[in-house]
Design a protein around this ligand. Structure first.
Ligand code: FE
Length: 198
């Protein structure tokens, strides 16, 4: 299932969904704003909040973090997140020495259960090509300046694997609760294009 989702053109079902959406909009039976709001919910609220809880747990629980980095799929499922586009998860840890950033150079593969729907820029051809050829330049455009000695690793989704970045825990967050920590975690930091601040 996941393998075909990576490279294939739109499936019959997807074409039908698009056609149906257009028709419903045209007939005034659904409201574009409502559809956008629904997509926004998955893109910004439901999805990334799940990933943020995973990150916060890893920050406060070293044993969980170890499990997460060893077997991402199982550790993420411990918190109840699994499903389509999350069947084979690999979590990569950002440190002062190594900065990880995610892409799908072929299309838009993305870990839906933890991050929701991919942002438009993630699906864009310029991001997909440039993050590979010039990751530091792309990161700079996101306001992320890396030290010259920091190694940058770009992870390209394969037909099966979906990656997620475990961002660095920001300084000054030592006394914070897991819930408060989760609130600091952003989608973009879990893609690896930004760093987190307290
Ligand atoms: Fe893809």
């Amino acid at each position: 299932m996941a393998s075909s989702a990576h490279t294939r053109p739109l499936s019959d079902v997807e074409i039908r969904v698009k056609a149906l959406e257009s028709l419903l909009l045209e007939k005034g039976l659904i409201d574009q704003a409502a559809v956008d709001a629904l997509i926004d919910t998955y893109e910004h609220k439901v999805g990334p909040r799940n990933g943020a809880r995973v990150v916060a747990r890893a920050w406060v629980d070293p044993a969980y973090k170890q499990r997460l980095l060893t077997d991402g799929t199982t550790a993420i499922a411990e918190l109840g997140y699994s499903g389509i586009q999350g069947e084979d998860m690999v979590v990569v840890e950002n440190t002062p020495e190594v900065h990880n950033v995610l892409v799908c150079t072929l299309c838009s593969c993305y870990p839906w259960p933890t991050l929701g729907l991919p942002p438009v820029w993630y699906k864009s051809a310029p991001y997909r090509s440039r993050v590979v050829s010039d990751p530091r330049g792309v990161l700079r455009e996101f306001g992320t300046e890396l030290a010259p000695e920091t190694e940058v690793r770009v992870w390209d989704s394969t037909s099966e694997v979906r990656f997620m970045v475990l961002p660095e825990r920001p300084a000054g967050t030592e006394g914070m609760s897991e819930e408060a920590l989760a609130a600091l975690v952003t989608r973009d930091a879990m893609i690896g294009v930004t760093k987190l601040k307290a």
